[in-house]
Design a protein around this ligand. Structure first.
Ligand SMILES: [Fe+2]
Ligand SMILES: [Fe+2]
Length: 148
């Protein structure tokens, strides 16, 4: 008996393209937040430095998770981030980051919807978990922004 080596789950090119867009933005924010961690200055820096670092690491884990999924589905993960915007000061950092999280939330809601339509339960599940993290990040950045 010949066993099929093809993935059991087949999704549209459009969904795979969306996963690659998600990877591009996860790499973007991963670098963005890590460089903000490095560059943050002033009295308030001590309080926020680690938050940028922890969030950057969380984003890199998202990139890896989505890349694994895309690879399984037959796609090739991109190595190119969407444009990275670090900012000049803490307030700017947090404004860019809040914006990035809003974009993530909106994009991932769309991906969950698409995956569900295509009966790709696992991708939907993965993005539900990631979405929860992004909502936490959004909450963190907006809370920090109130203090700046
Ligand atoms: Fe993320
Ligand atoms: Fe995030």
């Amino acid at each position: 008996m010949a066993v099929s080596l093809k993935p059991v789950v087949k999704v549209s090119d459009k969904l795979m393209e969306m996963l690659n867009k998600a990877i591009a933005r996860e790499i973007q924010v991963s670098i963005q937040y890590m460089w903000q961690h490095v560059q943050v200055m002033g009295v308030k820096a001590v309080a926020v430095q680690d938050k940028f670092k922890q969030t950057a690491i969380a984003e890199m884990k998202h990139a890896e998770k989505i890349a694994e999924r895309l690879w399984y589905l037959g796609g090739t993960p991109t190595t190119k981030p969407t444009p990275i915007v670090v900012g000049e000061n803490l307030k700017e950092f947090l404004e860019f980051d809040t914006q990035a999280e809003v974009e993530a939330i909106e994009m991932y809601q769309k991906i969950i919807e698409m995956a569900q339509k295509e009966k790709d339960v696992t991708t939907a599940f993965i993005f539900k978990e990631i979405l929860e993290d992004e909502e936490e990040h959004h909450d963190l950045f907006t809370t920090m922004l109130e203090e700046v």
